[in-house]
Design a protein around this ligand. Structure first.
Ligand SMILES: Cc1cc2nc3c(=O)[nH]c(=O)nc-3n(C[C@H](O)[C@H](O)[C@H](O)COP(=O)(O)OP(=O)(O)OC[C@H]3O[C@@H](n4cnc5c(N)ncnc54)[C@H](O)[C@@H]3O)c2cc1C
Length: 261
């Protein structure tokens, strides 16, 4: 039986770019460069390693996002994923985490799956809640924040490194897992991989394909709302201490002044 792996990847604004809020207080994604969320590259990498170990496996990368989100799928396909699904719909604008988890869950069920792999958090919303919401909606176990993961005989196993303890966890498939940025370097797409990705299938679905009403998602269906946003004050240059013999004393006075010591 082929192991069906679905990797959820998010298309996020480039952190080096000028990120700002649009008039409706959603993140302005127009005219802003975007890319595959760096933390989701680890999810793709771990899925590829699990597939390499399996007798027969197929990896589908899935994203919910605007037109340009296809770039995130292309990157994951060029790393080695087999096929992709892009859920795109104008009514998804401003969707919160609950709405995104609904759309992802429906798309994952429609795709068919044994294992869902997520990143530990996105690099823009950074909430880290989607994997748990997905597991709840799909009615399957969740094993989160793994630094090591493997699949054997219908069971997913992994190691979670906490501050005080390291846990060995496992769950029967089907299941949802999330992997951390400590799970191993993500491979760079080879030229061969980039060329092959151009031919790999990308299916496009909208809300109708997933039988989701527009008032369940978007700003209209959101359970949370951004009331206001203020620009963070520009960083000040900070205090520069020129050591002319009293540097240590000045530093100690500064740290004491800040109540650091
Ligand atoms: C600055 C900012 C603040 C926000 N604050 C809130 C808020 O307070 N409450 C709220 O409900 N929503 C909020 N949102 C919206 C929320 O980010 C989106 O709904 C998002 O899709 C899910 O949350 P996240 O990005 O934090 O995902 P996380 O829970 O951090 O994502 C974890 C993993 O889920 C998967 N994933 C996440 N989004 C997608 C996607 N679109 N497609 C495919 N896979 C995905 C990836 O594997 C990712 O690694 C905010 C968005 C931004 C940019």
């Amino acid at each position: 039986m082929s192991l069906r792996i679905v990797v959820c990847v998010k298309y996020v604004p480039d952190a080096t770019g000028d990120r700002h809020f649009a008039e409706d207080l959603t993140v302005d994604r127009d005219d802003v460069d975007g890319l595959l969320s760096e933390l989701d590259e680890y999810a793709v990498e771990q899925a590829l390693q699990i597939a390499d170990e399996a007798d027969d496996a197929e990896i589908t990368v899935l994203t919910v996002g605007p037109e340009d989100a296809k770039d995130a799928l292309r990157k994951a396909l060029s790393m080695g994923a087999d096929k992709a699904v892009h859920v795109e719909d104008d009514d998804l604008h401003g969707t919160d985490a609950l709405g995104t988890s609904l759309v992802l869950a429906k798309a994952i069920e429609k795709t068919g799956y044994d294992l869902v792999v997520c990143g530990m958090a996105s690099t823009d919303g950074t909430m880290g809640v989607l994997p748990a919401m997905l597991a709840e909606r799909l009615g399957v176990p969740q094993v989160s924040l793994l630094s090591e993961v493997s699949v054997e005989d219908g069971t997913v196993k992994g190691r979670r490194d906490g501050d005080t303890a390291t846990e060995q966890l496992e769950a029967s498939l089907p299941a949802v897992v999330s992997v951390t940025d400590q799970s191993g370097e993500a491979r760079y797409p080879s030229f061969k991989g980039i060329m092959a990705a151009k031919k790999k299938p990308v299916e496009s679905w909208d809300l109708e394909d997933l039988e989701i009403e527009s008032d369940e998602v978007g700003l209209e269906g959101a359970w949370t709302a951004v009331d206001g946003a203020t620009e963070r004050p520009a960083r000040t240059a900070g205090t520069i201490v020129k050591d002319e013999g009293e540097g240590g004393k000045q530093l100690a006075e500064f740290l004491a002044g800040q109540k650091f010591i």
